[in-house]
Design a protein around this ligand. Structure first.
Ligand SMILES: Nc1ncnc2c1ncn2[C@@H]1O[C@H](COP(=O)(O)OP(=O)(O)OP(=O)(O)O)[C@@H](O)[C@H]1O
Ligand SMILES: O=P(O)(O)OC[C@H]1O[C@H](OP(=O)(O)OP(=O)(O)O)[C@H](O)[C@@H]1O
Ligand SMILES: [Mg+2]
Length: 282
């Protein structure tokens, strides 16, 4: 049975459960459940604190986990990212009150508050900066106002929390994060059950980002039309009862669908339809 760690709380938890559900796995019904078995798929899910997941996976007791790239790196655990999942996207930054510092080079002798000590200590060391790091569990934006630190290093998504605290980011982003699937470093990458799990999640990612497009076009416009909708392998072209016309079917990126429909219409294609893809294996 494959043993998988899933975030039990926070920004990662809801979207991770939703993705697993879309991939056909049974998920817990209520948030107090700490482990469930999905016998049909021979998988056991463990609901753990996102911060702890890389540590469990690196110990080898769990085969795979879903966590944040930033949490993985912060943990220092011997686990590695094997599939990015595209949700819980964030950037990790230093921030201060305006006028305190302009970049990482100015942080010598200062105190930095953060929930991500591993990332921050590593980043400061890489830049040869001698600063102290204070660990706080959360709401670190308030640390400057309350005099615990001159600088914070934290996750920024919309920037609202920083603005509300009167802080601005300084320097380059320390890192960009998103939810990722992790495995123990040195684990057997070919294990069929793990490969099947990854294919299912990849299927969800593709189904979320592509739509199926169908249209009819004149044979003499087919090359132009196919250039607009090359598909993943190659589009399907079928004859129509009306001579001189064909039906074309191809997957297209969902974000480009409306523009492609306009362009197809302009070259004479008609009956242009898009439909959602619910699941796929490529
Ligand atoms: N506002 C946010 N938007 C997007 N991703 C976020 C946000 N806050 C945290 N994350 C990401 O979520 C992961 C952190 O998950 P975690 O559950 O520890 O924190 P949280 O979502 O802030 O929840 P908590 O309320 O427990 O602090 C990290 O990968 C982080 O980059
Ligand atoms: O840029 P924003 O969209 O404002 O998002 C970033 C904020 O979200 C997270 O905090 P969370 O609400 O999880 O509280 P926490 O600080 O207690 O973790 C993070 O730690 C930032 O404070
Ligand atoms: Mg948080």
């Amino acid at each position: 049975m494959l043993r998988i760690a899933v975030p039990n709380k926070g920004s990662l938890s809801g979207p991770a459960a939703e993705m697993l559900h879309e991939a056909g796995y049974r998920q817990r019904r209520e948030s107090k459940e700490l482990r469930i078995v999905d016998p049909a798929n021979e998988v056991e899910f463990f609901y753990l604190r996102p911060r702890d997941i890389a540590i469990y996976v690196s110990s080898g007791r769990l085969d795979i986990g879903i966590t944040g790239r930033d949490l993985l790196i912060d943990s220092g655990a011997k686990a590695e990212e094997i599939l990015p999942l595209g949700f819980a996207r964030s950037t990790f930054h230093y921030a201060t009150k305006p006028g305190t510092a302009g970049g990482v080079a100015d942080l010598n002798g200062m105190t930095v508050a953060t929930s991500y000590e591993g990332i921050v200590a590593g980043h400061l060391a890489d830049h040869g900066i001698d600063a102290s790091v204070v660990h706080l569990d959360g709401a670190v934006e308030t640390a400057i106002e309350l005099g615990v630190a001159e600088v914070i290093a934290d996750v920024v998504e919309t920037g609202t929390s920083l603005r509300n605290a009167g802080l601005t980011v300084i320097g380059e982003p320390i890192m960009k994060s998103e939810a990722v699937v992790v495995r123990r470093v040195g684990a057997d990458g070919e294990e069929p059950k793990v490969q099947q799990f990854l294919r299912r999640l990849q299927g969800v990612l593709v189904a979320r980002t592509y739509v199926m497009m169908d249209y009819d076009c004149r044979v003499d416009q087919l090359e132009k039309a196919v250039a607009l909708t090359p598909g993943l392998e190659s589009p399907t072209v079928s004859p129509l009862h009306n001579e001189g016309w064909v039906a074309v079917r191809a997957m297209v990126p969902a974000k480009d669908a409306q523009r492609i429909m306009d362009d197809l219409y302009d070259i004479g294609a008609r009956a242009i339809l898009t439909t959602a893809i619910h699941a796929c294996r490529l």
